[in-house]
Design a binder for this molecule. Structure first.
Ligand SMILES: Nc1ncnc2c1ncn2[C@@H]1O[C@H](COP(=O)(O)OP(=O)(O)OP(=O)(O)O)[C@@H](O)[C@H]1O
Ligand SMILES: [Mg+2]
Length: 239
């Protein structure tokens, strides 16, 4: 089976300085794939480059059997890619409902109301908050708005950059459960996550990124049990 997303020899950075240096990575259809690695490794840069928010200098990207190298973000959304950035991922002065609506702009769904209903079924906590400015919500609720907005374009692939950053352990569990629900709906997930151990437990596959290079890839379970990965990236303790 060919991968849903295939990243091949990707080089990208800022102002001509490469940050990611030849990344190869495949994401299979219907899987949760997790990218872990130290701060500054280039994890966000990799996601942003896939979503055409950072300039690529070498390498290519295939998605759903199509070469998407060089396409713009606005062209990627209608093809079925959506992203939730690491921070500032809601429009704070817009209401929750308006934030969700923004998610339909780049790829208007055929039946917007049905998509909105299915998103609210996933995040029932948001129902009472629809008229409230997103900036007034808690961190966890804002993360739900951001994920809901990204799902409004009915993506095949959801790119998530640290969806649990700054959240309490209880909320972390809630978000990870939601990711499993989202996958059940047929959405493939490629996410960056600092809570590496918990993320690898729910992930099908994991990729450890170090200094802009892919240090190791493997099944989530295998990485949890890999001595080098455990020592260097999971705090040493047994999984
Ligand atoms: N917009 C930018 N302009 C210039 N350099 C940047 C920009 N964004 C990131 N960088 C640099 O690229 C490198 C990788 O950053 P990136 O945000 O991809 O790392 P990361 O792995 O996501 O880190 P973290 O775990 O802290 O989120 C860092 O050295 C950073 O300073
Ligand atoms: Mg980052």
């Amino acid at each position: 089976m060919s991968a849903l997303l295939s990243v091949k020899g990707l080089v990208a950075g800022y102002g001509g300085v490469p940050i990611i240096e030849g990344i190869n990575l495949d994401v299979q259809d219907h899987e949760i794939s997790v990218i872990i690695g130290p701060n500054g490794a280039g994890k966000s840069t990799l996601l942003k480059t896939i979503f055409a928010l950072t300039a690529r200098s070498e390498g290519g990207i295939d998605f759903a059997g199509k070469d998407i190298t060089g396409l713009k973000t606005a062209e990627l959304v209608p093809l079925g890619i959506s992203m939730v950035p690491q921070s500032r991922n809601v429009f704070p002065t817009l209401t929750v409902d308006e934030n969700l609506d923004v998610g339909t702009y780049a790829a208007p769904p055929k039946d917007k109301e049905a998509v909105r209903e299915s998103v609210l079924a996933l995040f029932p906590d948001l129902r009472d908050k629809l008229g409230q400015p997103a900036g007034e919500l808690s961190g966890g609720q804002r993360q739900m708005v951001a994920m809901g907005r990204a799902l409004m374009s009915e993506p095949k692939l959801l790119l998530l950059d640290e969806p649990t950053a700054g959240l309490s352990p209880a909320y972390l569990e809630i978000i990870f459960d939601l990711l499993l629900d989202i996958r059940k709906r047929g959405v493939t997930i490629l996410m960056v996550e600092q809570n590496a151990k918990q993320a690898l437990r729910i992930a099908d596959n994991g990729h450890v990124l170090v200094s802009g290079k892919n240090f190791i890839s493997g099944a989530g379970e295998a990485l949890l049990n890999d001595d080098a990965v455990r020592r260097s990236f999971l705090g040493g303790a047994a999984a």
